[in-house]
Design a protein around this ligand. Structure first.
Ligand SMILES: Cc1cc2nc3c(=O)[nH]c(=O)nc-3n(C[C@H](O)[C@H](O)[C@H](O)COP(=O)(O)OP(=O)(O)OC[C@H]3O[C@@H](n4cnc5c(N)ncnc54)[C@H](O)[C@@H]3O)c2cc1C
Length: 313
C-alpha cells in the first residue's frame, strides 16, 4: 500500500453536511432540489425508504473542473445522459447523481478515489448496471464511477488458461475472445451482454456454469483493487496455488463495491467443451429434486459431467 498524500482542498469547496441531514423529513426535500420527480419515473430511493444521507460533501463546480482537467471528455454532468445510470435494471430504485466519471486506468481510479477521500465525496462504483439488489446505483447524489472504459484484455495464457483483464470487460466479449482460442469463461449468465467482469466479482455472480466450474471464489486467482483512500492493492496473482500470505482478494468477491473498486481480474478459464447437449427434464416432487442437489448428473459414456441445470418452477 502506498499511503495517500493529502490533496489541497479546492477553492470554493467546503465540507458541509447535507442541509437535511439530521432533520426528520429534510433529506428528501434537499434531494428534490436537484432531482424533481417526473411522472412515470422510478421513485427516488430516498423517498421510498427512510434512509438518511450521511454528512458527505456535495459535488461543486471546482470538483467537476478538477475531474475535467484530469480526464477530459470522460466526465458526465448532463442530467439526461445521467438518467439511465441513476436507475437500476429492475427499475426499483433511483438515485440522484449529478456526476459520472469514466476512468480508463487503475491510476485514474486511484486519483479519483484519493480526491474524493480528501473531499469527503461519496462514490458508487458501477459496472454494467445489471445488478438486481440496487447496489449499482446511488442512493443519494454519490458520484458514479463507471468501469465502462476499462475494457482491455491484459493477457491470456493458452497453456494455463489464465486470463488477466481490466474490470470493465463485458462478460460476453471475454467469452467470445476466449472461444476463438478454444477456451470459455467459467461463468455465464443472462446479463452477459452488459455485465462487467468487475461487477461479476463484486456480486460474486453464480450463473449457469457454476456447478461445472465452481464459484468465483475458486476461479478468480487474483484481483487488483483501489481502496477508498486511493491506495492500490495489487493481488493480481496468476497462480493456480498461491500461499503467500492472506487471501485478501476473497474479501472483495461479493463485497458489492463497499470495500474498494476492482480494477483488474485474473481468472482461470476452462477449455471449451467439444459438444454441448441440452435436455429439458420434468421432475415430480422432492425426491427427484434431491437427485440434482447431490451431484451433477453424468450421462453414461459421457467424458465429462453435466455442466449445469436451472430449475423452473
Ligand atoms: C438478466 C439477468 C440475469 C442474471 N443472472 C444472474 C445469475 O444467473 N446469477 C447471478 O449470480 N446473478 C445474476 N444476475 C445478477 C448479477 O449479479 C449481475 O448481472 C452481474 O454480476 C452484475 O454485474 P454488473 O457489471 O452489471 O455490475 P453492476 O450492476 O453495475 O454492479 C453490481 C454491484 O457491484 C458493484 N460493482 C460493480 N463494478 C464494480 C467494480 N469494478 N468494483 C467494485 N464494485 C463494483 C456495484 O457498486 C454494485 O454494488 C443477473 C442479472 C440480470 C439482469
Amino acid at each position: 500500500f502506498a499511503p495517500p498524500t493529502p490533496l489541497p482542498r479546492p477553492e470554493g469547496c467546503v465540507r458541509l453536511p447535507c442541509p437535511g441531514w439530521g432533520l426528520a423529513g429534510g433529506w428528501s426535500e434537499a434531494l428534490r432540489d436537484g432531482c424533481p420527480p417526473t411522472p412515470g419515473e422510478v421513485m427516488l430511493t430516498s423517498e421510498r425508504y427512510r434512509v438518511r444521507r450521511l454528512p458527505f460533501s456535495r459535488v461543486c463546480d471546482s470538483d467537476v473542473a478538477f475531474f475535467e482537467r484530469m480526464m477530459p471528455g470522460r466526465v458526465i454532468t448532463n442530467p439526461e445522459e445521467l438518467k439511465p445510470f441513476n436507475v437500476d435494471w429492475l427499475k426499483s430504485v433511483r438515485g440522484c447523481s449529478k456526476l459520472m466519471l469514466k476512468p480508463q486506468t487503475t491510476a485514474e481510479v486511484s486519483q479519483i478515489l484519493r480526491y474524493c477521500y480528501e473531499r469527503n465525496l461519496a462514490v458508487n462504483p458501477q459496472g454494467g448496471n445489471t445488478g438486481l439488489v440496487g447496489g449499482s446505483v446511488p442512493v443519494f447524489d454519490e458520484i458514479i464511477l463507471s468501469t465502462v472504459l476499462m475494457n482491455r484484455i491484459i493477457s491470456f495464457d493458452k497453456v494455463s488458461g489464465i486470463l488477466v483483464c481490466q474490470a470493465g470487460c463485458v462478460l460476453e466479449k471475454l467469452n467470445e475472445y476466449l472461444e476463438e482460442q478454444g477456451f470459455i469463461m467459467p461463468l455465464d449468465l443472462g446479463a452477459k451482454g452488459s455485465c462487467h467482469i468487475g461487477g461479476n466479482v463484486a456480486t460474486n455472480a453464480g450463473g449457469l456454469r457454476l456447478l461445472r466450474y465452481g464459484s468465483l471464489r475458486g476461479t478468480v486467482l487474483g484481483l487488483e483493487v483501489v481502496l477508498g483512500d486511493g491506495s492500490a492493492l495489487d493481488c493480481l496473482a496468476s497462480l493456480r496455488k498461491d500461499n503467500t500470505g492472506y487471501d485478501l482478494k476473497q474479501l472483495f468477491i461479493g463485497s458489492e463495491g463497499t470495500l474498494g473498486v476492482v480494477t483488474a481480474v485474473s481468472i482461470l478459464c476452462p477449455q471449451k467443451p467439444k459438444a454441448v447437449n441440452l435436455a429439458f427434464l420434468a421432475v415430480c416432487g422432492e425426491p427427484s429434486l434431491s437427485f440434482f442437489s447431490q451431484k451433477p448428473p453424468r450421462p453414461a459414456g459421457a467424458s465429462q459431467a453435466a455442466c449445469s441445470y436451472q430449475l423452473w418452477p
